[in-house]
Write a protein that binds this ligand. Sequence first.
Ligand SMILES: [Zn+2]
Length: 238
Amino acid sequence: MTAPIGLVERLTREIVGTIRTQNLQPGQTLPSAKALAERFEVTVPTVREALRRLEATGSVELKHGSGTYVREAINRRILDNPHYVPVDLAAAIELLDARIAIEPGIAELAASVQGDSAVETMETAVDNALQLHTEVPAGHFHVELAKASGNRALHEMLVSLLAIHSRTQQAARFTYDRLRDHDEHADILDAIKRGDGLEASHRTRKHLESIKAAVLADWSEQSAADSSESTTTEGTEQ
Ligand SMILES: [Zn+2]
C-alpha cells in the first residue's frame, strides 16, 4: 500500500534535514532504510518512497545492495523537471534564446573573476570537445563557463537549461560543427583570460546566435527531407 502523500512529503523533508544536521557530503551514505524507519517511526516502504523522491531530483542515489548515497544535487536550488516534458522546435528555440539572454553576461562575469583553477577547467573543457563526446553537464564548456562566473544560481540555471536541451529531439539529431564549436569556445576563453569582459560577452552571444541559426537551418532541411531521415547520434556539445 502506498503511504499518504503528506507523510511521504514530511518524511522527505526530515531525511533532507538529517543530511544537513549530520553534514553528510556528496558521496557519503545515509543511514539504512531500516534505521531511518525506526528513527522516524514509519515503515521501511515509506522510507523507500521518500528516498525515491529524493532520487528523482538527483539529491540521493539508491545503489542496490550498497546503500543510499548523497549526491551533488542535494545542494542545488534550481532544478530542471526530472519528469518527461516534450520539447518541440519552438520550445528548443526558447531554450536557446534564454541562453542568449544570460550567457553573454555569464562570460562577462567569468572574465572579471578569472580564477586560476576555473581557467584550467575551461581549457580542459575546450579540449574535451574535440575528444569523444562527454555527457552533459560534466566537462561541458558552457557549464564550466557558468561555474567560472562564481554565481551558483547562474551555474545551476545553465546546468538545468542544458539538461532540458539535451533531452530534446532537436538535440538528438542536430550537430553543430565540432571544430567550429571548439574554435569559438577557444576564442571566448581567450577573451576571458585577457580579462576582456565585453569581448567575451560579445563572442558568446555570436556563438549562441550561430548555433540558433544552425538549428533553424537544420530544422527546415530536415522538414524538407520529411520523416525518412536517419537520426544522427553524433555529439550534441554546443
Ligand atoms: Zn558552445
